[in-house]
Design a protein around this ligand. Structure first.
Ligand SMILES: [Zn+2]
Length: 189
C-alpha cells in the first residue's frame, strides 16, 4: 500500500511525526496549509502523537476511500492517495483534493469533524477527484450525487446553475477545537 508517508527509520515518535508533517506539506497545494511545524507550543505533543498513531488513522481513511471506490467501476476510479493532515486555521478548510500530484492526493483534517463524519469529508473530495476539477459545477454534482446514492447518504438537490451551493455538501457539524484530536484527547487509536 502506498499510503505510508513516514520516511524516517527513527524509533523516536516525535521525529517520525515531524517527518510526517513535512511529507504532508509536500503534498498540499500550499505547504503553509500545514503550519504546525512553526507552532512551538503544540508541536511536540502533536508530533509525538502523530508518530505513534497516524498509521492507524490513515488506515481508517484508506478504508473510507475504498468505500468510495466501490461506488464506481474499476476503470472509473481515480488514482488516489489519502492522508490525515492538521490544517492551519487561517485557511478555513477541513479537507482538500490536490489534483496536481500523481496520484491525486486527498488530505483530511480528521480533527475537524467526528470520526463517524470523516466519510462526509472524504466523499466530497473524492467527487472532485472523480470530476477532475476543484470546481463545484455540473460534473462535480453528478459525481457527488453518485457517491451519495452509493453510500446511502441523502443526495443533494441542485437547481441548474446553483451548483456552487455544493461547496459545503454533505453538511457536517464542525468541532470547535480541531487540535484536541491531534493532541490525542479524542478516542484511543
Ligand atoms: Zn469542494
Amino acid at each position: 500500500m502506498s499510503d505510508r508517508l513516514i520516511v524516517t527509520t527513527s524509533a523516536d515518535a516525535f521525529a517520525r511525526g515531524l517527518d510526517y508533517l513535512y511529507g504532508i506539506r509536500s503534498l498540499a497545494p500550499d505547504p503553509e496549509m500545514i503550519d504546525l511545524i512553526h507552532d512551538s507550543k503544540n508541536r511536540e505533543v502533536i508530533c509525538t502523537w502523530i508518530g505513534r498513531k497516524i498509521d492507524a488513522v490513515n488506515q481508517r481513511l484508506h478504508q473510507i476511500l475504498q468505500d468510495c471506490h466501490n461506488c464506481f467501476h474499476t476503470w472509473e476510479q481515480p488514482n488516489l492517495q489519502i492522508f490525515a493532515a492538521p490544517f492551519a486555521r487561517s485557511f478555513g478548510i477541513d479537507a482538500i483534493c490536490n489534483l496536481e500530484t500523481e496520484p491525486i492526493t486527498i488530505l483530511v483534517d480528521v480533527g475537524r469533524v467526528l470520526p463517524e463524519d470523516w466519510l462526509l469529508l472524504v466523499l466530497h473530495e473524492y467527487a472532485h477527484a472523480h470530476a477532475g476539477s476543484p470546481g463545484h459545477h455540473l460534473q462535480f454534482a453528478r459525481s457527488l450525487t453518485h457517491l451519495c446514492l452509493g453510500l446511502e447518504i441523502t443526495p443533494p438537490i441542485v437547481q441548474p446553475g446553483q451548483e456552487d451551493c455544493l461547496r459545503f455538501y454533505p453538511p457536517c457539524p464542525l468541532i470547535p477545537d480541531p487540535l484536541a484530536f491531534w493532541r490525542g484527547e479524542g478516542q484511543e487509536w
